[in-house]
Ligand binder design. Sequence first.
Ligand code: C2E
Ligand code: MG
Ligand code: MG
Ligand code: MG
Length: 289
Amino acid sequence: HAKDEGKNTFRMFCEELTRSSRERINLIHALQHALDRNELCLHYQPKIDNANGKVTGVEALLRWTSPEVGSIPPDRFIPLAEESRLIIPIGEWVVRTACSQQVAWKRAGCDLSMAVNISAVQLKSPELIQTIQRIIEETGIEPEQLELELTESCLVDRPDEVIKVLEKLRALRCSIAIDDFGTGYSSLSYLKNFPVTVLKIDRSFVKDLTSSSSDRAIAQSVVNLANNLDMVTVAEGVEHQHQQAVLEEIGCNFVQGFLHCEPVPPEEIPDIVRARNGEEERVRKASIN
Ligand code: C2E
Ligand code: MG
Ligand code: MG
Ligand code: MG
């Protein structure tokens, strides 16, 4: 019986495996048409400056709704886009759409920095620099207002080549952020050798910031490290006021999270910025009077 059971388990395992690989293949097929069929869009999450409580920038986050499968989260489809290299055209579309949006908002009086996630596959593509340069020229975005977010996994493989790419991006005057900082294979020598300008403290350290003294110590150390290296810090995944209070106390420069705002469609951003930045102004005036 044990043998039969083993066989059954194995058969179920194989069925499960083919089902999941079939699903993956179906998703990759669907993703191939996603761009042409206008199934992709960007949502934007505000980033708040702790110095004044104002929204000073946004992060572009990709959304995919397929008519067959429904909405699929990026953590699920980005890895497939990377494997199939569809991330190259999709990533280019993301940068162009985000930059055009930034310029359109700016013309309408809403001046925000724009952060865009860049995958390791894009970073390794020889066309990246030219693509970014072309998009900067075509859209008219001030490159200082474009921030490219990379994860630590982008930095491990062939670091010498990665440094060259990052230096070219810095020469274009873009900012470079390390996303999810502290969760990858970060080595302090990266921070020394890579021209990075921003560290994004990963959500996992923010989560228990007020109950875990080690998480607080880690967050504080990242802030100190960043300050000493002339970098700024952004905390991700801020959901509660008590986390926000600690982040202000330890000197974290910027915050993002559901406490302040979820990622929203572009048309909602100007009102959010006006309400929040205008309100801060009124609060300050009221406290002076
Ligand atoms: P990320 O760049 O670290 O983005 C932050 C993620 O945390 C986003 O998830 C955001 O919606 C979510 N988030 C923001 N505030 C909170 C909060 O307070 N609590 C919680 N629980 N979550 C919060 P999302 O949009 O699902 O994206 C997941 C990941 O997918 C991103 O992580 C990024 O690595 C990747 N991604 C998204 N868009 C793109 C893109 O255009 N290109 C590439 N290469 N990757 C992307
Ligand atoms: Mg990011
Ligand atoms: Mg992140
Ligand atoms: Mg993340």
